[in-house]
Design a protein around this ligand. Structure first.
Ligand SMILES: NC(=O)c1ccc[n+]([C@@H]2O[C@H](COP(=O)([O-])OP(=O)(O)OC[C@H]3O[C@@H](n4cnc5c(N)ncnc54)[C@H](O)[C@@H]3O)[C@@H](O)[C@H]2O)c1
Length: 257
């Protein structure tokens, strides 16, 4: 949908230089929003932002590691100054799922540094930007947040390591608690649980793993990043203003319960 339903909004997307985050940023831009892009990969982010601008979007971008609160604070300041407007929609999308040769670490062999890194990016990253933008949202009695969870946050999928599923489950808890606490201020908070989506992250797993997931998926295919992006745009649009605290699978019917 290319309506202008997000016109006038400022949407911050983390992990915006690749995959699902890039698709989300492009979809919001198509729907009229100004988009604020955050990523740790400066080169990819600059190239993506330049492309979006060429397509006519209003874009601000800043390089930051979402796991570092101080970096997030500086990046948000730069973006809001550049756009001369506060962020009213936040999509906490940045996430990692480390694997070696297509395989996740066994829990009993996992290095503490790897555990802390994944918790830092996937969970603390969402806390950091939510903590930074919610004071303004509360003051203005307006805003919405989407957290990118995963089917692996709802079920044991067997090919992501324990840190990944744990952080994705924690994002569901964060979504519930923020929805409850921020609802009285007119702020909605929802999560998306993607299934297997065709991005560079998905390709860190082996081809056999991805084929096995497709075989278990009712629609018998991978999802496309644009299909997740359309759900993020819906969950923050006027059409869904009475929807909060929900986790929406965009998974083609994978692991139906
Ligand atoms: N692709 C899938 O099958 C799938 C399934 C379920 C959930 N997800 C979730 O969707 C989100 C996006 O995944 P994707 O498949 O698009 O991955 P991707 O690897 O294509 O993109 C992730 C982006 O996040 C950025 N990033 C990584 N660490 C960062 C950090 N510390 N600070 C800022 N940016 C950082 C990367 O540079 C990259 O641009 C993730 O949270 C992921 O867990 C993906």
């Amino acid at each position: 949908m290319h309506s202008n339903r997000h016109k006038g909004r400022v949407v911050l997307v983390t992990g915006a230089a690749s995959g699902i985050g890039a698709a989300i940023a492009r979809q919001y831009a198509l729907e009229g929003a100004s988009v604020a892009l955050i990523d740790v990969n400066a080169e990819a982010l600059a190239a993506f932002a330049a492309g979006l601008e060429r397509e006519g979007a209003t874009v601000a971008w800043a390089c930051a590691d979402v796991s570092d609160y101080a970096q997030c604070e500086v990046a948000l300041g730069q973006i809001e100054q550049h756009l001369d407007a506060p962020v009213d929609t936040l999509v906490n999308n940045a996430g990692i799922s480390p694997k070696t040769n297509g395989k996740p670490a066994n829990f009993w062999e996992m290095q503490p540094a790897e555990w802390q890194k994944v918790v830092g990016v996937n969970l603390h990253g969402a806390f950091n930007f939510a903590r930074l933008v919610t004071p303004g949202m509360v003051q203005r009695r307006f805003g919405s947040i989407v957290n990118m969870s995963s089917v692996a946050g709802k079920a044991f999928v067997g090919f992501t390591a324990a840190h990944y599923g744990t952080t994705k489950a924690a994002l569901i808890g964060l979504t519930r608690d923020l929805a409850g606490e921020l609802g009285p201020y007119g702020i909605t908070v929802n999560a998306i649980a993607p299934g297997r989506i065709n991005t560079p992250l998905m390709r860190t797993a082996s081809n056999e793993t991805n084929q096995a997931v497709i075989a278990e998926t009712a629609l018998r295919r991978l999802g496309e990043p644009s299909e997740v992006a359309e759900m993020a745009c819906f969950l923050t649009a006027p059409e869904s203003r009475f929807v909060t605290g929900q986790v929406v699978d965009v998974a083609g019917g994978w692991l139906l319960t």
